[in-house]
Design a protein around this ligand. Sequence first.
Ligand SMILES: O=C(CO)COP(=O)(O)O
Length: 254
Amino acid sequence: MRKQIAAANWKMNLTFQQGEKLLDDILGANIDLADHQLVIFAVPSPYLLMTRSEVEEEKNYYTSAQNCYNKKSGAYTGEISAEMLHSINVPYCVIGHSERREYFNESNAVLAEKLNLCLENYITPIFCCGEPLSIREANTQNEFVAQQLKESLFHLSPEKIKDIVIAYEPIWAIGTGKTATTEQAQEMHAYLRSVLAAQYGQSISDQISILYGGSVKANNAKEIFGSPDVDGGLVGGASLVAADFIEIIKALKA
Ligand SMILES: O=C(CO)COP(=O)(O)O
């Protein structure tokens, strides 16, 4: 089975102490993950080392950065490179979250550069895509999201594309309490998989985990994750509450 992933995206929330307590509470639930199940915590940069040491001894629990810069190194005050993340053994990095695209003007071309730097540094990118409400209302979401993949991912070789995780996050569902319906999520995930299959072949496309993000909660995760092409979720708000995220982890396909 493809990897089934519950990924927490804390965004710019929680103090260090609150983050530490949240991790203790979640790990304290001692959820035994199957080989194909992963839990990933995408935490603010100052918490990466703490998170890494919290999850180090736990099977299939991992740390992720929320972003990295699209340059290798140099005079870019305040930025963090993929090489730096690798040097502290961070295995994942979220790339192209819609909040970064919107507030920091990250284009598909810039995101392609970030993906390359992550892969060169042995970091698995969690590549986010997804359409705004106006595109959904115009019913052109498939074309929109396919273009995001094409411009950011399709320069990658088949060997490299296998190493990435994709997260479909419709912007109108992020932080709004409004999820895509199970049908809408499955439909888009199946479409994304067909786009990947057309480019790379079915057997490669079948290996790529595609997560759903956008108002995943304790009470809807099981249903959303149950769809055949949904391989878990990238979770914002509900990942900040231990009891809720524990339920979301338990909702991964067995
Ligand atoms: O953006 C998200 C995860 O990256 C989703 O956020 P919410 O779960 O708060 O809607």
